[in-house]
Design a protein around this ligand. Sequence first.
Ligand code: HEM
Length: 259
Amino acid sequence: MAKTMEPKSKTSERMAELTEKVQGSQAWNSIFRPGSIFRKGYSDSPRNRSYVIMNSVLYHLHPVKVKRHAVKVSYTLCLGGLSFFLFILLTITGIFLMFYYRPTAAQAWNDIYTLQTSITFGLLIRNMHRWGAHLMVLSVFLHMARVFYHGAYKPPREFNWVVGVILLTLTLLLSFTGYLLPWDQLALWAVTVGTNMMGYTPVFGDQVRFVLLSGKEIGTDTLLRWYVLHVLFVPFVTVIFLAIHFWRVRKDGGISGPL
Ligand code: HEM
C-alpha cells in the first residue's frame, strides 16, 4: 500500500515545486497583480479582498463595496445593464452581418436576402440584430423612466442625466441609420420621410437634407453614408459616452438610494 502511495506523493511534490516555480516567476507576477488569489502567499484578508476587485480588469468596474439597495434587482430592474447587454449583443451580431453585406444600391437587398435564405444561422442573427435594436430603444427608455421615477437625476447626478440624454439620442440614431440598410421599400420610404422632415430645419434645411442624403435624392451615396454612420461613427461615439456614463455612476456615489 505504502509502495503504491509513494510515486503519487512524488508527483504531487513535483507539482508543488512546479507551481512554486511558476508562481514565483517574473512573467506570472507581471500578469497577476498584488493581492490576486493567484499570487504566491495569498491570504483571505480584507486588504487582499479589496485588491482582488481593484486589480482585476473586469471586477474593477464594480466598487469594492456597494450599498445593499444597489444590488437589489427590484430597485434598478437592471434596465441600464440590460441596455448595455443589448448594445454588446448588437455589436456582435452586427459584425456577423458585416461579413455578408455590401452597402451599394445594386447589392444591399440581395445580400440581405441571401443572408436570410442561404447562410447558416443568417435569418436568426439578422432577427437577433433587428429585435435587439427595438429592445434596446425600449430598455433605454424604460431605464430613463426608472431614473426619473427615483429622482436619480437630482444633484450630484444631473450631469449623468445629460450624458444619458445624449445616449438616448445616439441609441435612436443607431436605430434610424440601421433602418435604411436592408434597402427595401420600408427602409427607402422611412428615410425619405425622415430626411424630408429634417429638410424643414430653419435656415439650413436644404443643406441638412443634402448632407444626410449625400446628394439631392436618396441613392447609393446615401446608403454608403448611413452605413459608415451606423457601423463606425455612431457606435464609436456611443462607446465614449457609455464610458463617461459608467464612470460617473461610480463617481457620483454609486446608484442613488431609495427615496
Ligand atoms: C445606451 C443607453 C444607456 C445605458 C447602456 C445606460 C447604462 C446605465 C447603467 C448600467 C446604470 C447603472 C444603474 C442601472 O442599471 O440602472 C445607469 C445609471 C444611470 N443612468 Fe443610464 N444608461 C443609458 C441611458 C441613460 C439615459 C437615456 C438616461 C437619462 C436621460 C440615463 C441616466 C442615468 C442616471 C442618472 C443614472 C444613475 C442612476 C442612479 O444613481 O440611480 N441613462 N445607466
